[in-house]
Each structure stands twice: as C-alpha cells, then as structure tokens.
Design a protein around this ligand. Structure first.
Ligand code: FE2
Ligand code: FE2
Length: 294
C-alpha cells in the first residue's frame, strides 16, 4: 500500500475500524504527492475532540481498585494512542519530501500505534467502558500543528511524548499490578517494549537529520516548541536502562536526568519510592500534562 493512501485512510476516514485496520502488505512510497497540512483528523461522532476542559482527567492511581477508574484510564490512553497514530499520518502528508526510508519507518511505527489503540480500547470495553463513551481531548494533536519540519516532529513526538511514555508505561504497570490487574499491566509492558523501538527510531533520525555543527541535545532543544520542554519528556520513574536500550547515549540521558532532578523529587532509575508523591503527580500528568485542559 502507498503511504499516502494509508495516511489518508488514518486521517480522513470517519470510521475507527478503517483507521485501525491492519495493512497486510508492505508499504511503498512511489507517489508521496503534494504537501498537505490537515487541520483536524476526521473521526466518528463519538470520538470528536471535546471542548476545552470537558474531557475527564486521568484518574488517580489510588482509585484503581475500582474497575471503572481503570476503564477510564484505558479510555484516555486509547485516545493518546489514536492521536499519536493521527499525528504520524499528518507527518506523512505534511512532509512528502522527507527521506523515503524515514517515511517508511514512520508507517511501521503506525502499525504499532494502531495495535496500541486497539489494546487500550478493548481493555476499557472489557472493564465496562466502550471507546467513545466519554469525551476525549486533542492535546497531542494540537502540538503536531506546530511542527514545521521533520526535526520538530522528532523532538516533539518520539523524543518527548514517546520518551516520557517509557516511564509512564512502567508506572502504570506498577499501579495495575498493585490492584491485581495483570491483564492491564501486561498491556503496559507490551507498549513499553514497542516504545523503546519508537524512541530509537526518533533518536536515530534526529542524529541523521541534525545540522553537522550541532549536538543531538542542542538540536532537540532547538526544535522543541513551547510549551514542550525537556521535562515533558520524563515521567516520575526515570527509566535509564530503557533509554539505553533505545540507543540514547549516556550524555543525552544525562541531560534528561538533570532535567528530571530539576523537575521533582523522583530519583533517576528508582521506582516505587515516594509513591504517594509519585502517584499524585502521575495521576495529574500521565502521558498528557494538560489532559483536561486541551
Ligand atoms: Fe503507542
Ligand atoms: Fe509509540
């Protein structure tokens, strides 16, 4: 399937099933076409972006003994995954001149994002909440509209949102295990493993596309668009080893660590300590620091 056709299906189809339909063939990029910047994804009626401050925020992990609160958490995370998928489709349409190898790589990541959306949506449904029953926000999508080039995208999505998800996936695995929900925990571990590869992809292309005279860290900083900052790329339980597995050099991780220390009391690489503070902050921020203020 041609990348443009795939991107248009994900972005412009009103059917969730069509957006998430797995492509069983290899991708090709023979006709990337003209650059198009889509202002809003087409979505089914029950997944339209909600007005500012009307989508529910992430439930506090201390409430996760209640299946309804866990269902809402999966509902919110399904919408994060769907937005990531839509942003990647937006990138394919907005930057047809980007290297073919990069564009094909984005499409492979999109296969994972389709699967992640389904996993969260199905888990929410099995806990009693159908995807689309609650309002959803547009926080991640709104950030994409500020990407003027591929480096802006790499700094914003793979290295900030997906980078932070390296931490949040394992934090949520811990929260779900604490209430005996092994199925929800397994989803977070699965997504964590995929996210390592997504961050690897982002860093690798940042390295390849950056100006020769600038370091990777300088390039990352230069392409972050306000209000995204380095501290938005870290969670509470800073996962050093996952970042190493993603190919981030220790120098880059060190910059992130220093940001983490400036940001709050969670200690790098440690998990489960300061759990009340950690949980409270994760409950507020999760993948999306403005979850109910889109
Ligand atoms: Fe994902
Ligand atoms: Fe991802």
């Amino acid at each position: 399937m041609e990348l443009r056709e795939f991107a248009e299906r994900v972005l412009l189809s009103p059917s969730l099933e069509a957006k998430l339909e797995r492509v069983g063939t290899a991708f090709t990029d023979e006709q990337p076409g003209e650059a198009v910047r889509v202002s809003e994804p087409v979505r089914p009626d029950n997944l339209q972006f909600a007005p500012r401050r009307t989508a529910p925020g992430m439930p506090h992990p201390d409430t996760f003994a209640d299946p309804a609160r866990r269902a809402l958490a999966h509902h919110i995370m399904a919408n994060h995954e769907l937005q990531a998928l839509e942003v990647m489709a937006w990138v394919l349409l907005a930057f047809p001149e980007a290297p073919t190898e990069f564009r094909l790589g984005v499409a492979e990541v999109m296969r994972d994002e389709q699967r992640h959306t389904k996993m969260h949506a199905e888990r929410a449904a099995s806990l009693g909440l159908a995807f689309g029953e609650r309002p959803v926000n547009c926080y991640i999508w709104k950030k994409a509209l500020e990407f003027a080039n591929v480096l802006d995208y790499l700094a914003g999505l793979p290295l900030t949102f997906e980078g932070r998800n390296l931490d949040h996936t394992l934090e949520f695995e811990r929260y779900f295990l604490a209430v005996g929900d092994a199925k929800s925990a397994a989803i977070m571990r699965h997504i964590h493993r995929d996210e390592i590869e997504h961050v690897r992809f982002g860093y690798e292309w940042l390295r390849r596309l950056k100006p020769a005279e600038a370091s990777e860290w300088e390039t990352y900083l230069a392409h972050l668009k306000w209000p995204l900052r380095p501290d938005k790329g870290i969670g509470d339980d800073f996962q050093v080893e996952s970042r190493r597995q993603a190919g981030l050099p220790d120098e880059f991780i060190g910059h992130l660590c220093r940001t983490a220390k400036a940001y709050g009391p969670a200690e790098s690489g440690k998990s489960g300590e300061n759990s009340l503070t950690s949980s409270e902050r994760a409950g507020e921020s999760m993948v999306d620091p403005a979850d109910n203020s889109n």
